[in-house]
Write a new protein. Structure first.
Length: 578
């Protein structure tokens, strides 16, 4: 058999529209493993991208949502007016359901996160997007029967999101006329990502096909099943007489997965979480039905998965409260409502404060002082966490420098530790940002300790380690927080330039309750000391816990036994003024 001559294959003409040089290089690197010849064209603005499209024959367009002149949506709309529309894939730095949904609505054939860009995923996405593009082109040019393909999910044969939303709209109009009601059930498989990550998408696709068959067998003919994408499915049930009727549908769907699904001789024990919304019960439009069912589904997951939840008045109030909190959070930084509290880290042998952890609080105008557990996750969802993190870092460094100057403390006498979020760790400008903050505050780098958690580095440790090494080269110290809570590994302690290990408060709280637990805690402390790491015990609240930590040579103690986190003025009065 003769070898295939790649020179005989027509090169795929691919246009990348992205103003970030690094992101464009990342995409090009991922494409180099393609076996098909490529002709890669680049543009760093939306208008240049449109010009390139007009001047050259483009097969595939990879376009960033955020561009310096016009956004990706405007570019797609402009191209839709041309005769020779190509395959369009929108890429974005952040996951945003509204952006991905709108991109698909206005003409994109797929949506991809930049963090997901690798050779396999990008090749697969281009192939699938081209497949969708071909189907859509044929649907525009051929018979009505072919148009049905545009409404079909290619993997499962179910109707897709677009078709479902159209049918939901029609059912809503009919219910207005007949005074009937409809229910939407939003279904999401639990932990399905683990299958794709461990066994690959081909196995995952086979599982999804069988799941679709199971779900369909659990429904009546009058109930419509669709696949929205990924592992998300949705059911439309008409003529619903009661809440219990909708709940029975959910129970049947969950029950359909009780028997394992067999793929490639592997038995998969699957479960699903389901959110239910009913027209007239806190949802009065098709859009509200979909949104309410989605919210209820996430509530079901919070309850332990393999559960269903009905969107209720209480849930509706919680959703409205969250929207209000989002609005207030957007303005909290501008209105100077945040404050940094400080918790001492004390050498119990000398009773001297050697370190202090900076912890943010929100002085809410109506709700009082809010802990970070209330708002930091929301800040991450709203992409505010980096701005807040930078503010905390500057405030804490400036405060410590002020104390050092006021009380004549050397850089080695008192240090401040500040938590870094996962988004800050992923930022390529991390080193620049931290060094700039130190310059503004005047603080010596050796007085700063940055706290990271293994959960924040577990996804891409190799990419982050270089940034952290550069920080330590500036004489900044690193602390590994929450050690022992599920992600810990010796590999990470060797890989990252850690100076300090913080024993999580869960271990401290459990000490002297079981001999086996104490042995694990002692081993962790001894292991850290063997590696030459400083050990800080968090959450120490009792004399017994303090004695245990002292006996096992913990360097510093942090917890309510000495002090809860307190405002700067109170910390100064209690621990600095002699």
């Amino acid at each position: 058999m003769n070898d295939i001559n790649h020179n005989d294959i027509k090169p795929l003409s691919l246009l990348i529209v992205d103003d970030d040089d690094i992101d464009r290089e990342s995409i090009k690197r991922a494409l180099r493993n393609s076996h098909r010849p490529l002709n890669i064209i680049e543009a760093n603005t939306g208008r240049k991208g449109i010009n390139q499209f007009e001047e050259q024959q483009i097969d595939v367009l990879l376009i960033d949502y955020r561009l310096p002149d016009i956004d990706g949506f405007s570019v797609i709309r402009a191209l839709q007016e041309k005769e020779n529309v190509c395959t369009i894939i929108m890429v974005s730095q952040h996951e945003d359901e509204a952006i991905s949904s709108q991109a698909l609505t206005i003409g994109a054939h797929d949506f991809l996160l930049k963090s997901e860009v690798n050779a396999e995923r990008l090749t697969r996405t281009i192939y699938q997007a081209q497949h969708r593009y071909i189907l859509e082109k044929e649907l525009r040019d051929k018979t009505h029967s072919l148009k049905n393909l545009a409404q079909t999910d290619f993997l499962t044969g179910l109707i897709n999101r677009r078709a479902f939303e159209h049918i939901l709209q029609q059912s809503y109009i009919e219910s207005e006329i007949t005074s009937g009601t409809v229910a939407v059930l939003f279904i999401d498989l639990d932990h399905f990502k683990n299958i794709n990550d461990s066994l690959g998408h081909s196995v995952g696709d086979k599982v999804l096909r069988k799941v679709a068959v199971r779900f369909k067998s659990a429904l009546d003919k009058s109930q419509l099943l669709a696949r929205l994408g990924g592992d998300e499915f949705v059911v439309l049930a008409t003529d619903i007489k009661s809440d219990e009727q909708a709940k029975n549908i959910a129970r049947n769907i969950i029950k359909s997965l009780h028997t394992p699904i067999l793929v490639n001789s592997i038995a998969f024990d699957l479960s699903a979480s389901i959110g239910i919304s009913i027209l007239g019960l806190c949802a009065s439009t098709p859009e509200e039905l979909m949104k309410s069912a989605d919210i209820a589904m996430y509530k079901a997951k919070e309850n332990g998965r393999s559960q269903y939840r009905l969107y209720s008045h209480r849930m509706h109030e919680e959703a409205e409260d969250k929207l209000q909190l989002e609005y207030e959070l957007k303005n909290a930084l501008k209105l100077n409502q945040f404050e940094v509290y400080y918790q001492p880290q004390i050498n119990s042998k000398t009773n001297q404060v050697e370190g202090v952890e900076a912890l943010i609080r929100w002085n809410h105008p109506k709700k009082g002082v809010l802990s970070p557990y209330v708002f930091l996750k929301l800040a991450e969802e709203m992409n505010l966490i980096s701005d807040i993190g930078e503010w905390v870092l500057l405030t804490a460094c400036s405060q410590l420098y002020k104390w050092q100057q006021t009380y004549g403390l050397s850089p080695n006498e008192l240090s401040v530790s500040v938590n870094l979020s996962a988004l800050q760790l992923q930022d390529i400008r991390l080193l620049e940002s931290v060094c700039s903050t130190l310059d503004k505050s005047g603080l010596d780098p050796s007085s700063l300790e940055l706290e990271i958690t293994e959960s924040s580095i577990i996804l891409s440790p190799e990419r982050i380690v270089d940034r952290l090494l550069k920080l330590t080269q500036k004489n900044i110290k690193l602390s590994l927080d929450d050690f022992g809570t599920g992600y810990s590994s010796i590999q990470h302690l060797h890989l990252f330039p850690i100076h300090t290990l913080k024993i999580d408060k869960e271990f401290i709280a459990a000490c002297q309750q079981k001999i086996s637990q104490d042995k694990v805690l002692i081993a962790m402390i001894q292991f850290a000391r063997t590696l030459g790491l400083k050990v800080i015990a968090e959450g120490v609240e009792t004399q017994e816990q303090l004695n245990f930590c002292d006996e096992n040579q913990c360097d510093l103690i942090q917890g309510y036994f000495y002090s809860k986190p307190i405002p700067a003025s109170e910390f100064e009065a209690r621990f600095l003024i002699k």
